[in-house]
Design a binder for this molecule. Structure first.
Ligand SMILES: *[C@@H]1O[C@H](CO)[C@@H](O)[C@H](O)[C@H]1NC(C)=O
Length: 341
C-alpha cells in the first residue's frame, strides 16, 4: 500500500470515529488501537514533533542528517539535508518556518518552509566542548520556550561512551553557557511535562527507569528526582525506554528501543497500563498529533538491524500513527529562542 493511500485510509477511519462522536458526550473508546504506516522507511527516524499551526509532522533521520516534514492532510513528504547528526527539531513560537535543531553538539536555527530544497541556518550555540565526540539526542521546549536538549556519548557497535551525556536548559540569555540540569547521564532521552506543568519526567535510557522531578516553570528548575517506573520489574517487557510523551490524563507513553512496543504508564502508581505492539523492534519515539491530537505518531529505526533482521522487519525505519487509543495529547510547546535569523 502506498503512503498516500495509507494516509487516506487513516482519514476514512478518523472520519468514522468523528461521526460516531457527534452523537455522544465523549468519543467512544474502540478498545483496539489501529496502526497505520505514514512514511516509507528511513535509516533511523526519531524526534517526531507536531505543529498544529501547519498540520505538519516533523521528524529527523539522525545519522543521515535529514529533517523531514510530513504534510498530514496530503501525505506529502519533503526533506532537507544538513551536515552532521541531526536531532531534535523544534518549531519556533514567533515563526513556524524557523526550526530549532540539534546538529552534533550545535544548536542551529534553520529557516525552512517545510517544502523547498532551500534553507538557511544560523549557529546559536555549541555545548559539551569537554566531550567532543558526544552529540545531541532528544529534546523539547518548555512552556516558556526554553530548550531542554540532552546529549549522549559517541556510539558505535561496541556501545556508547559512558557518562558523557548532559541535559541542558538553553535560553535566550544563556546561549554562551547553557545551564546543566542533569549530569552525568549515559543517553539523555525522552522528556515531558505534566498538564499542570509542575512535574517533569526524564529518561536516561540504560537505567531503564523513568524519573519524575518537581518542576518550577517560572525558574525552569527541577528538584527531588525520584524513580516512578522501572522496566526491570517487568520480565516480559524487552528493550530500553527511548522517546516519551504524555496524554491528557497525565499517563506517559514510552517508545521501547529493542522492545517492539510502545507502553503506557501511570506515573502516579508506577503501573504499566498498556503495551501496544509495533512491527519494528527499534521503536525510537512518540508524539501526539493529527487534527484532533488523538493520533500517536511513532518513529522507528533499522540502523542497527542485520541484513536478515531487515528482511524480517521490512517496515523498520517507518513512521507510524496509532489511532483508537482512547485518549489524546496536547500540542507540544514551541521554542522561543530567536525571532529572526
Ligand atoms: C553509565 O554506564 C556505565 C557503564 O555501564 C555505568 O558504569 C555508569 O554508572 C552509567 N552512568 C550513569 C550516570 O548512570
Amino acid at each position: 500500500m502506498s503512503v498516500t493511500s495509507s494516509v487516506i485510509s487513516l482519514f476514512l477511519f478518523l472520519s468514522l470515529i468523528n461521526n460516531f462522536s457527534k452523537c455522544c458526550i465523549e468519543a467512544p473508546y474502540f478498545g483496539a488501537p489501529h496502526l497505520f504506516q505514514v512514511t516509507p522507511p528511513v535509516d533511523h527516524a526519531e524526534g517526531p514533533t507536531w505543529d498544529s499551526r501547519k498540520d505538519i509532522l516533523y521528524f529527523v533521520d539522525i545519522h543521515a542528517g535529514d529533517i523531514y516534514s510530513l504534510k498530514f492532510l496530503t501525505g506529502e513528504l519533503d526533506s532537507i539535508h544538513l551536515n552532521g547528526e541531526v536531532t531534535p527539531v523544534i518549531p519556533s513560537k514567533t515563526d513556524p518556518e524557523i526550526l530549532i535543531v540539534g546538529v552534533d553538539r550545535n544548536v542551529v536555527a534553520v529557516e525552512w518552509n517545510g517544502k523547498s530544497k532551500f534553507y538557511r541556518t544560523k549557529l546559536l550555540t555549541t555545548v559539551s566542548k569537554q566531550f567532543p565526540t558526544s552529540r545531541f539526542n532528544d529534546g523539547k521546549a518548555d512552556k516558556q520556550g526554553r530548550l531542554w536538549f540532552g546529549t549522549m556519548g559517541f556510539e558505535d557497535s561496541r556501545g556508547v561512551t559512558p557518562n558523557q551525556g548532559v541535559l541542558y536548559k538553553i535560553t535566550r540569555e544563556n546561549l554562551d553557557d547553557p545551564e546543566v540540569m542533569v549530569a552525568p547521564v549515559n543517553i539523555s532521552n525522552g522528556l515531558t511535562w505534566n498538564y499542570a506543568n509542575d512535574k517533569f519526567y526524564y529518561i536516561d535510557t540504560p537505567t531503564r527507569k523513568i524519573v519524575e522531578y518537581d518542576y518550577d516553570d517560572e525558574k525552569g528548575a527541577i528538584t527531588n528526582g525520584r524513580v516512578v517506573f522501572d522496566l526491570a520489574l517487568y520480565d516480559a517487557i524487552k528493550g530500553n525506554p527511548d522517546g516519551m510523551t504524555i496524554d491528557r490524563d497525565d499517563n506517559l507513553w514510552i517508545a521501547l528501543y529493542g522492545g517492539w512496543a510502545v507502553i503506557k504508564v501511570d506515573p502516579r502508581t508506577g503501573h504499566l497500563l498498556q503495551v501496544v505492539s509495533i512491527p519494528a523492534e527499534a521503536v525510537t519515539s512518540v508524539m501526539w498529533g493529527g487534527p484532533n491530537m488523538d493520533l500517536l505518531f511513532v518513529t522507528t529505526s533499522r540502523t542497527s538491524l542485520s541484513q536478515e533482521q531487515r528482511l524480517r522487519q521490512p517496515l523498520a525505519g517507518s513512521v507510524f500513527a496509532l489511532a483508537g487509543l482512547g485518549t489524546s495529547g496536547w500540542q507540544v510547546f514551541d521554542a522561543d529562542i530567536v525571532d529572526k535569523i
